[in-house]
Design a protein around this ligand. Structure first.
Ligand code: SF4
Length: 363
């Protein structure tokens, strides 16, 4: 069923009890109703879990002890630990999260003028194989469960007690729409007034372009959409992003055109400028003509050199000429500073924090 957390063996870990953090409020209410308890117990637990970050049922002191003892026999609360934090000179912080099964994922806090943006991972690794992406090189290990996505959001939102989080983006490790049911469940918890109370309008889901799931998402949840485009023709896009073979540009842009964006919002197209690959004036002209019928803005991201990748950064002149051409064609085109690149927290660079952390610890 659309929007329900998927129960798999992954959810029943490690002691065969379901993780209460994976449940949406409706699922939690059904769970406590099954126990013969009143539904408001679910609301109470939700507050403790997501607003107070309770780590066990014993901490939920305004809930009857008998209920706490009973639920502890039927459910558990998963813990996602912050294993390490790396900070870049521009204030970007990359958090390495250790999952219960020993896998690691990364979340990033990106500073803005008055608030920060929290970037979440949705999978351990990724199966999409984009050739410019470090996570893609890792291969795919598994989907994150809803509770693991929510735990990252909670840790990032509470990281700076004095600075608020203005936006959440699902743009970290993994392809969110390849883990569709679990991200929908996580979105329900993050936006619930008893969960993290975060506005759906301030959440952006980024995708490499899985067409059927873009259409589903548009109908299911009023979040913003970002599409990683990176090329203005199918030949080059397929080389950079193999998913383009299955979902080519024309069909991808058609589904984007129909995506029901919230009022006054625009689809964001991400375009990583790679030297000599997709940064020519011809590319900019082609891109302008492709996007003509879509209410959108374009984020131009300058490629960050990553060891072992056969790509070069574009020249400053090429970047500026590309942007100028987009603006001349009446697009909002912003050159995004590559924040956090020295700690490998910039676009396409997630996946190496564990190695960095281990080398720091070993040094
Ligand atoms: S860019 Fe995104 S979709 Fe592509 S391999 Fe990397 S994480 Fe996966």
């Amino acid at each position: 069923m659309v929007g329900m957390a998927v129960t798999t063996m992954e959810n029943i870990f490690p002691n065969n009890l379901p993780d209460i953090k994976d449940m949406t409020l409706a699922e939690c209410e059904a769970f406590v109703a099954d126990m013969g308890s009143p539904r408001y117990r679910a609301t109470q637990m939700f507050r403790w879990l997501h607003k107070q970050q309770a780590r066990n049922f014993g901490e939920m002191t305004n809930i009857a002890q008998k209920f706490r003892q009973e639920i502890a026999l039927r459910a558990r609360i998963s813990i996602v630990e912050i294993a390490h934090v790396l900070e870049a000179s521009d204030g970007t912080r990359k958090l390495l999260f250790k999952l219960e099964d020993g896998n690691y994922v990364e979340g990033v806090l990106i500073p803005g003028r008055n608030h920060f943006t929290a970037c979440l991972s949705t999978q351990v690794g990724c199966r999409m194989g984009c050739t410019f992406c470090l996570t893609g090189k890792m291969g795919f290990k598994r989907n994150l469960r809803p509770g693991e996505i929510v735990s990252q959001a909670s840790a990032l939102l509470h990281f700076h007690p004095d600075i608020s989080c203005g936006n959440i983006v699902m743009m970290g490790m993994g392809e969110p729409l390849d883990n569709y049911d679990n991200i929908i469940a996580a979105l329900k918890i993050i936006t619930s007034e008893f969960g993290l109370s975060f506005s759906a309008q301030k959440i952006t889901i980024s995708t490499c372009g899985i067409i059927p799931q873009i259409a589903r998402l548009g109908k299911a949840f009023p979040v913003n959409l970002a599409v990683s485009l990176n090329a203005a023709n199918d030949e080059m896009r397929t080389k950079l992003m193999p998913i383009n073979k299955k979902y080519p540009l024309k069909e991808l842009l058609a589904v984007c055109k129909d995506y029901p964006m919230p009022a006054r919002r625009m689809i964001t197209f991400e375009y990583i400028l790679i030297g000599g690959i997709n940064d020519s004036l011809e590319d900019a002209k082609k891109l302008s003509s492709l996007l003509r019928e879509i209410r959108c803005k374009i984020n131009l991201i300058v490629w960050n050199a990553i060891p072992d990748f056969p790509f070069a950064s574009p020249s400053q002149e090429k970047v500026e000429a590309f942007q100028k051409e987009m603006i001349r064609n009446k697009y909002t085109a912003i050159i995004r500073a590559s924040k956090g690149s020295e700690i490998m927290a910039a676009c396409g660079q997630l996946g190496r924090a564990k190695q960095q952390t281990m080398s720091l610890i070993e040094a």
